[in-house]
Design a protein around this ligand. Sequence first.
Ligand code: ADP
Ligand code: MG
Length: 709
Amino acid sequence: MDLQSPIEEVKGVGPKTAAALKRVNLCTVGDLVYCLPRLYENYQTTTNIADLRPGKVVIRGKIGDLHVVRTSRKHLTITQGVIRDETGAIRTLWFNQPYRAKQFDEKREYYFTGKYELKSGRYQLTSPSATLVQDIDTDASSGFQPIYSAKSVIKPQTFHKLLESLRPDFVKIPDLLPFTEGSPSFVKPGARAEALYNSHFPENPDDAEQGRQYLAYEELFELILAAKLNQQENQRLKSIPLQFSTAHTQVLVKHLPFQLTGAQRRATWEILQDLERNIPMNRLLQGDVGSGKTIVAALAAAQATQNHHQTAFLAPTAILATQHFESLQNLFTSLRDSILRDYSTNPCKSGDSTLANSNKKKFRIPRIALLTGSTRNKRQLKSAIASGKVDLVIGTHALLTDDTNFHSLAFCIIDEQHRFGVNQRQKLLLKSPTNTAPHLLSMTATPIPRSLQLTVFGDLDVSIVNELPPGRQPITTKILSETDQRDELYPKMQELLAKGQQIYWICQVIEEKNANTATPVKKQAKKLAELFPKVNVGILHGKMKPDEKDATMTEFAENKIQILVSTTVVEVGVNVPNANMIIIQDSENYGLAQLHQLRGRVGRGDQPASCFLLTTGEGKPSKRLKEMEKSTDGFHLAEVDLKIRGPGEIYGAQQHGELNLQVANLADTELISKASHHASEFAKNPENLNDYPELAMRIKKYQQLTTLN
Ligand code: ADP
Ligand code: MG
């Protein structure tokens, strides 16, 4: 079997099917073979209704009495039915799936798989999946059935048929991984073919597990090898070394408005030392929301300035770029003033020996500028950047345009790096002088679990700011049903507003379009304005013009607005220390990382803060929300998120959506360490990759997806 053959060569694929397959990126035989089952249903063991015990069950029976029940709750419909076999009958129901009422043929038998549980005093089968018995009990099937994720345009039957037609050829799938030094014993001739076969046509759970294990290993090996090769390539690039003057940095640190935390000091030190080298730094600065990463980046930028080179500071939103600009503007102005003041008094008298040692004339503080989509006089600003009159440019995507040129860009800072795609980052990095690559500092508050660091982020050095500035108060988090707002939430809001503090209220969308999932910003703002007539309620959403957004944000920062009703535009980075309560509506609809980011908007001052997660849903709060209630530790939440959702979801569709790991479980540290050892051995002689053309091709793709340089 040639995995590179076009999909048309598979028996049974006509032009129509081919087009449908291509629409979901299945273009070659290999793509099809690597489209692995999401899970398996075991129809080998069904239970008679009379013998059911609570838990996950498979029942074989017929369904009847189907009808849709409208409930008194908005947005909720229930479809009910009764499943019968020879031993008895049970109630079954689905939430918000009204099509279920028409889906079944009451005369035919189905396998129903779902959770059998006690609800409101009655046993029921909740939201089962269903498959026609006839489709399973064929001669070819073992009753242990792979389930492929919904590739909506292709019917599962078609998919099964195509694989079935390839089945005899599976033994001919060539090996992929090198059996070299360091490879584990299960990487052996024929193992890949066997694993793929076992994944698609398992006879029992053990087969499926064998297949999964091997393919997971393959995926991890490729990822890690790609990362190692990236690292080697990065080491071959040249960067502009930025000399580290301890005296200079000490003066800056001494004149900061606050004392650096130990973690900030360590991170700054690591970065400043990296910048001295003539190979580009590729470092991730990782620190929970509010840990003070910006100042660390600012000190690094100051080192570039001191060396007469430029820094670009990229932020994902105009609000955030503006805020960074303003706070750094303040910081550098006050540093300049206070350092100059110290120079004009006798440095020896003030006991400032470092100052005496450093030369006043040579002391440079960054001249900074802001470049966003709404910046006026762009041309003027761009020519100032090109001629080197600006040392530090803070900006959004506007920085990436082709007509933004630098005089001498030596250092790039990317805030909330997961918000940017590889191409965007690469655009920025290409703006450095010919034959050099800039040093890169990426910052993120979405912690990257250790396992991901070893794999996807294997080519990165990491500095961690794991200490919050002193005086921060803990944030209390509470899940609250929307029906309890009046009694539980409004009095607390009133109390907080009476103390002169401010509130964020997060809604999901702005227009009525998705009326059943989110309450619009405007409507909510109106409601809150009526409830709290004494304060000003502002709104913020993605459809506002950048100027309007900035104006609203400024008013909120200046406490002219007390309640800010917003979409997730405020999610990243925004810093208003007087805002001490955040209410997140429809909180079930967000991922953990996003909830944690949103919650990080509060608790940034010296007052206690709280976060309310409002839910509309039926039943118990999700595991995700309960984790939020229990923990404020971003690292812990990231590990949980990784387990629940997988890396693609967490690290953004832009960056790693395509990565879409199929089988590897990034929590499987043992497999990761085996793959890491094997890949390291192989990477010692990268030219050996020439002997493995298929592997080389696959690695190339991973290299592009994971490289940060
Ligand atoms: P993040 O890591 O989330 O980007 P920021 O850099 O925005 O955090 O810092 C959050 C707030 O903490 C800012 O108001 C900043 O001025 C303040 N801050 C940073 N470091 C310290 C420190 N060492 N002591 C006191 N406040 C600090
Ligand atoms: Mg930040």
